[in-house]
Design a protein around this ligand. Structure first.
Ligand code: GLU
Length: 324
């Protein structure tokens, strides 16, 4: 079929040349070039949840204190959420498969890998003594909260910002990584910061804090949403948007995937990452905070950072903060 189309194209070109008296055929004008399709699920303009940014009535970083010593793997307290997970034989974790270095598919092995994936494995190790007793569900930004609420997953480890609006819907661990929002542009664009996006289209994932922060920014760009971060990269490559904007941690991964793009401008938000848990599973929150305490203290956090994130520069684990 493709070959037939090519043949038809060659014929058309030959006819055009004949019509012009043998001269070269005119190049198609912009109007003749078919517009590239938008990624499946793209929304232009994006829906913007209005209440989220205004909700500052809590200390979002403060989580629940671990209750004493961590129970040993294989001996979770009777009746606890951890005991239910242990009885099932595997932890179910929601992770990204589109965020290079955090949650992505290794093209060689086909396995989900990355910093967030390894953090989730540490929770499985603490319950079972085996980091492989885990089932991953590839989730996108908008599906994180619903999949915790309906029990599809036990935890979400997915570049997920802790904030007050979300604390009303799900619970979070202490902070395990700190990011901030910036923009990714085509190097040739000449755009150097968010002010250069006034009146331009910018892409972000639906259900992300990035959309809310952009809507609240003085530059007020036009917002386009997509299901996954890599969809935004495609839209940038097809010149359907002038920039992608989200956490610098995720943008660095996109920039590494396309050397024609660059992360520019200052950070304009604070994005502390927490592990998401069902709102009522406070025992699991305390347990995970115990696991994170241990990871900060025994060098596991640093080992995972060095394995995945050295491209982001030196860092140390964010300190734990508790409210009770
Ligand atoms: N950290 C932001 C959030 O949780 C953006 C990243 C994402 O959506 O994965 O919404």
């Amino acid at each position: 079929m493709r070959r037939m189309l090519a043949a038809a194209g060659a014929l058309a070109a030959a006819l055009a040349m004949a019509a012009c008296g043998g001269g070269p055929a005119a190049l198609p004008g912009a109007a003749d070039v078919q517009a590239a399709p938008m990624p499946v699920g793209a929304k232009d303009p994006a829906d913007v949840p209005t209440a989220d940014a205004a909700d500052t009535g809590c200390d979002a970083r403060a989580s629940l204190r671990p209750s004493g010593e961590l129970p040993k793997p294989g001996s979770m307290p009777a009746g606890s959420t951890m005991a239910t997970i242990a009885a099932r034989g595997r932890l179910i974790a929601g992770v990204d498969q589109n965020s290079y270095r955090f949650g992505f598919r290794d093209p060689a092995s086909g396995e989900l890998t990355g910093f967030d994936v390894d953090v989730a494995r540490e929770v499985a190790r603490a319950i079972f003594g085996d980091p492989n007793k885990i089932q991953f569900r590839a989730t996108n930004s908008a599906a994180r909260i619903p999949s915790l609420q309906d029990g599809t997953v036990d935890i979400v480890v997915q570049t997920m910002t802790v904030n007050c609006a979300r604390w009303k819907q799900v619970a979070f661990s202490t902070e395990y990584f700190t990011a901030g929002q910036r923009i990714l542009v085509n190097k040739a664009s000449g755009i150097t910061d968010i002010d250069g996006l006034r009146g331009r289209k910018v892409c972000a994932a639906a259900g992300s804090t990035s959309i809310v922060n952009l809507a609240a920014s003085p530059a007020k760009p036009s917002l386009v949403s997509v299901p996954d971060w890599t969809d935004c990269l495609v839209m940038l490559q097809q010149n359907q948007v002038a920039a992608v904007s989200t956490d610098d941690s995720i943008l660095a991964g996109l920039a590494a995937q396309d050397p024609n793009t660059a992360v520019v401008g200052k950070r304009f938000s604070d994005e502390p990452y927490g592990i998401g848990v069902k709102l009522t599973s406070t025992d699991l929150v305390r347990f995970i905070n115990g696991v994170l305490e241990r990871m900060r203290a025994d060098g596991t956090w640093n080992r995972l950072y060095d394995k995945w994130l050295t491209a982001l520069g030196p860092a140390s684990p964010p300190p734990a903060k508790y409210r009770d």
